[in-house]
Design a protein around this ligand. Sequence first.
Ligand code: CAA
Length: 258
Amino acid sequence: DATYETILVETRGGVGIVTLNRPKALNALNATLIRELGEALEAFEGDDAVGAVVITGSEKAFAAGADITEMATKSFTDVYLADLGGAWSRLLACRKPRVAAVSGYALGGGAELAQMCDLVIASETAKFGQPEITLGIIPGFGGTQRLTRAVGKAKAMDLILTGRMMDAQEAERSGLVSRVVPGEKLLEEALAAAEKIAGFSRAAVLAAKEAVEVAHETGLSEGVRFEKRAFQSLFATEDQKEGMAAFVEKRKPAFRNR
Ligand code: CAA
């Protein structure tokens, strides 16, 4: 297995798990971490045994943002050429669903990483925010776009312009978070959700994720057209036959990714 400097990686059942591991910097996202996260996700993408991925941090911090010490002295040319934001493309290219398990701080780039996940499960202690404005910058890993799509303009403006944090309850009410669970149940719930997803027909899971993503990027009639074709195409899979036969025969389906 690959060894990494800033993350821990394991596979449990059908689930790949990445734990951000820079405890002294509250998992601040430096260039190495972003690169390693991309590599780990790419490896899971290529591993047929993995059906879904959980990304988590520590109890105190999911991630407290992009690494400020790394950015502090950078010039425009430095950040333009480094294209830190672009470094996320490998993670984003991973088609298997990502579940963020968030405890503690998810700030700046940390909140944006959660926004790049498909499900966000938060512990009661989670705190989300885009404090970039307090540093003289703005979100740079997609926050002005993904947060606004997730929570709407009014809430996004409030968070991005004031830099304040919101707690897990507010984040769930606002639509950023899928579920809030007690801290001691966080990983268990995230793993259970990921394991459940991993047990379904892979083609159906990827198609479902892709179709929901289309809702973010296109208009309604185009999105519905996309969905219709994806829905129809799943009738070409053996898994559709199996899933429906199992229902009729009142037994559990055994999906084989055929
Ligand atoms: N980058 C680098 N180091 C960080 C960091 C970050 N984003 N966040 C925390 N750390 C470091 C601290 O510097 C500190 O290191 P030392 O022990 O060496 O001093 C260590 O982590 C522990 O942090 P604190 O002592 O500050 O812990 P705290 O409990 O008092 O406060 C906190 C926690 C409120 C999260 C505070 O650390 C904080 O405000 N962090 C910065 C949050 C932030 O501004 N994030 C946005 C970054 S910019 C960005 O993300 C841009 C983008 O969109 C691309």
